[in-house]
Design a protein around this ligand. Structure first.
Ligand SMILES: NC(=O)C1=CN([C@@H]2O[C@H](COP(=O)(O)OP(=O)(O)OC[C@H]3O[C@@H](n4cnc5c(N)ncnc54)[C@H](O)[C@@H]3O)[C@@H](O)[C@H]2O)C=CC1
Ligand SMILES: CC(=O)C(=O)O
Length: 310
């Protein structure tokens, strides 16, 4: 499958690098209004390919996206230290107004994968601007927050994060909801697993993990200016689920008809992803506090979108 990546900065290039190393796609095409940057990223990544796969990596114009099965949208500005994702909205909505039409002119059958922040609202904007069905406009949503949650639970329990099944729901942002009530390690609840491993999951431990997940981006941005490896791997995982028609459960963001009473809102819940995009939504069992927090997250996203004139 040919993959387009619009936005050849840190996130776009990390996604392209992960795709090329894993050989997930036959071809990757970078497009950026900084054409020199797109060319440089493509050339640098192409030099990694002989060690790993046979993915062809190039830079081009929008017309070179023709035939792409997936186009990743990673163009736009990122957060400065202390800035929230929602503060990027006006600037990045303008970027999407400039690029979505050009992407669809070249690749009308592509599934759009949105990474640009604030990713849930940008997914909703991309859905409106493209006129595509919501199942084909997928925001990376909380795929990264879920990875951070699994990493920190795994670290606490002394078990591989691949054996941790736990999800972050709602906004990819400050109002996200860590779903503790259904979190499992192997076949056990994380609470029972922790007790058997003699590493009790106290309220203090849970608060530390919550803080580590919710504030990861702020901490990393303070240290190195941006985040890219985690989301790059997450985008590769999504491309793989689509390219191989995996029917894999991933926490991603699409416009849903109703979540916790809020109509037409894009946020993350676990969803099945395959060649057609999102094929099913899976609403996990939540406790009262999680229901309330997911409703608050949905309302915040909807109100923020409604306040934007576009
Ligand atoms: N969804 C997620 O989990 C994550 C999302 N992000 C978001 O991804 C976005 C990109 O972040 P970075 O790659 O770090 O930024 P970056 O500044 O390194 O790259 C952005 C690229 O977009 C290009 N661009 C801007 N406007 C354009 C236009 N109109 N047409 C074509 N290209 C255009 C720029 O030339 C630049 O190369 C940000 O919004 C950031 O917040 C970042 C990390 C995680
Ligand atoms: C920047 C961002 O959205 C993240 O690393 O979560």
């Amino acid at each position: 499958m040919k993959i387009g990546i619009v936005g050849a900065g840190m996130v776009g290039s990390a996604a392209g690098y992960a795709i090329a190393l894993k050989g997930t796609a036959s071809k990757v095409v970078f497009v950026d209004y900084n054409a020199d940057l797109a060319r440089a990223q493509a050339e640098d990544i192409a030099h990694a390919v002989p060690f790993a796969s046979s993915t062809a990596v190039m830079a081009g114009d929008y017309s070179d996206l023709e035939g792409a099965g997936v186009v990743i949208l990673a163009a736009g500005v990122g957060q400065k230290p202390g800035e929230s994702r929602l503060e990027l909205l006006t600037r990045n909505a303008e970027v999407f107004r400039q690029i979505i039409g050009k992407v669809l002119d070249a690749a009308p059958d592509a599934i759009l994968l949105v990474a640009t922040n604030p990713v849930d609202i940008m997914t909703q904007i991309a859905t409106r601007l493209s006129g595509l069905p919501p199942s084909r406009v997928i925001g990376s949503g909380t795929i990264l927050d879920t990875a951070r949650f699994r990493h920190l639970i795994g670290e606490h329990l002394g078990v591989s994060p691949r054996s941790v099944h736990a999800y972050v729901l709602g906004e990819h942002g400050d109002s996200e909801v860590l779903c503790w009530s259904s979190a499992r390690a192997g076949a056990l609840s994380v609470k029972d697993f922790a007790a058997q491993m003699r590493v009790p999951l106290t309220e203090g431990a849970k608060a530390r993990i919550d803080d580590g997940v919710r504030n990861a981006a702020y901490t990393i941005i303070n240290g190195k200016g941006a985040t890219w490896y985690g989301i790059g791997a997450g985008l590769e995982r999504l491309v793989r689920a689509i390219a191989r028609d995996e029917q894999t459960v991933l926490s991603v963001s699409i416009v849903a008809p109703k979540v916790e009473g809020v109509k037409d809102v894009a946020l993350s819940i676990p969803r099945i992803v395959g060649a057609q995009g999102v094929v099913a939504d899976l609403f996990p069992e939540l406790d009262d506090g999680e229901h309330e927090a997911l409703g608050a997250s949905a309302r915040l996203l909807k109100e923020t979108l409604d306040a934007l004139e576009y």
